[in-house]
Design a protein around this ligand. Sequence first.
Ligand SMILES: [Zn+2]
Length: 313
Amino acid sequence: VPEGHTIHRLAGRIQQLFVGQTWRVSSPQGPFTAGAARLTDRTPNRAVAWGKHLIVHLGADIWHVHLGLYGSFGFRGDDAFVTSDALGELRPVGRVKEPAYDDAGWIIPDEPRGAVRARIHVPGGWGDLRGPVKCRVLNPIQYEALVGRLGPDPLRQPTGEIDPQMLRTFRDNLARRRISIAAALMDQAVIAGVGNVYRAEALFVERINPDTPSQQLDAGQTNALWTTITDQLRTGVREGSIRTLRPTDSELGLRGSDLHRHHEGRPGRAAESLRSHWVYRHHDTPCLRCGQTILMRELQGRRLYWCPGCQKR
Ligand SMILES: [Zn+2]
């Protein structure tokens, strides 16, 4: 499931591979034909992410994509196109071995496979969007309405900094909600970009019980939660995956013998590398920090993981 870090990486990739070049846009599957006609043969100015929303600006037209649970982008292109992508570890841009070019010097893309909602194409390569929940062109008023509904996105803070205004907005949003902190973190109007994994891991790290009413968090807890989520999301952007449990975590050392035992004799280092999360998907196993059994239950249709030993009210 894409969380905010995935969309920020995607925006960075589209910025590198497409922005500043005239592109062709089509909708092989069909539903986006009218939108594609508005965007094609133009030059995208900027690609950014806001929470889980991908936004590509083309003057007064704004392409808005939300991948939802099943949406994905795939990219292919020639050597120069592949090389210009700096984020390629996880889902690399596919290299076309023997590219063919049309008379205008544009690479000839593969036949669309499956339901390609939108295809974006520049001379060196192309990207295919499949299965999004949102793929549409907004005008500036619609765009303002969209981002006006979103809470602060920690990844929109200046690099390496905590933005006090965004932190204040997060705190105000929590104070106004009559819901648990676990529900609040999934509400994109409270904070944008957090999904199921970051929710579970951040609450665990800060020892906050997921059922605590969001109004009851004190300023210290709110600040710490924002900072932890910021760190986790930034790491996710850097590494391309959600890894919230680090081999260097000092607390891990305290439970090192347990970790070793639970992985049945594998060397500790290898065992650590197998495990990326403290609690997410580790229910019914002992907590690495306190030894109590990690729990799981459904909350609003999504699975919630927490440790009853560390995360008391
Ligand atoms: Zn615990």
